[in-house]
Design a protein around this ligand. Structure first.
Ligand code: GLN
Length: 197
């Protein structure tokens, strides 16, 4: 079974470890470059991307993370993790760095204060039935390059049509939190990606 790391600097790490374990993967927490090097895939959890990038720098993980993703390590970012994987951030804040690799532009806290957290049933490409998607001060994907596959869009309300799940080769990202609740099908898509990489 593949060893799948969860970047454990900050954010909701335990829920991801549990989802991966229930899918038969070998989950490990990643805080050091040596732990990263042992992974066949990596989940970057939700949390706060500005804090996560600072901690990654402090723990000397930012460059190893960039190298790993450049080298083809399958990675799955959720919410703040999506921001971490994005090549471009659009939110007015100056110069927030990312790991990058995913050819998308994200807008942080995109859904605005009125509806900063909500849930919606979403169709996700590759899954037969809709997923109950939980959004918590989530980003959306403002723009994608041609090599990025859109897996899901918001279906209802003022944000209908906004892109909230993407895949590009071995990289995957969702604006929402598939680790919340007991439905592990979205993690299953990622474990399949890791297995086929
Ligand atoms: N708003 C957070 C950020 O910009 C993301 C929120 C989340 O991961 N739930 O990093």
């Amino acid at each position: 079974s593949p060893t799948i790391g969860v970047l454990a600097l900050q954010g909701d790490v335990l829920e991801h470890l549990a989802a991966l374990r229930s899918l038969g993967a070998e989950p490990v927490s990643v805080r050091r470059p040596a732990e990263l090097a042992a992974c066949d895939g990596l989940v970057i959890p939700g949390g706060e991307s500005t804090t996560m990038i600072k901690l990654a720098t402090l723990f000397d993980l930012l460059e190893p993370l960039r190298e790993a993703v450049r080298g083809g390590l399958p990675a799955f970012g959720t919410c703040a993790g999506m921001i971490m994987l994005a090549d471009r951030i659009e939110d007015g804040a100056a110069g927030q760095e990312t790991i990058g690799g995913l050819h998308i532009t994200v807008r942080r806290n995109a859904f605005g204060r009125q509806v900063d957290s909500f849930e919606e049933d979403l169709h996700v490409d590759g899954l037969a039935d809709p997923v109950r998607a939980v959004f918590i001060r989530a980003p959306w994907v403002e723009a994608v390059d041609d090599d990025v596959e859109v897996l899901a869009r918001v279906e209802d309300g003022p944000a209908a049509g906004r892109i909230v799940a993407v895949r590009q080769g071995p990289l995957m990202a969702t604006s929402f939190h598939p680790e919340v609740g007991s439905d592990d099908r979205v993690h299953g898509l990622f474990v399949d990606l890791v297995r086929s990489a």
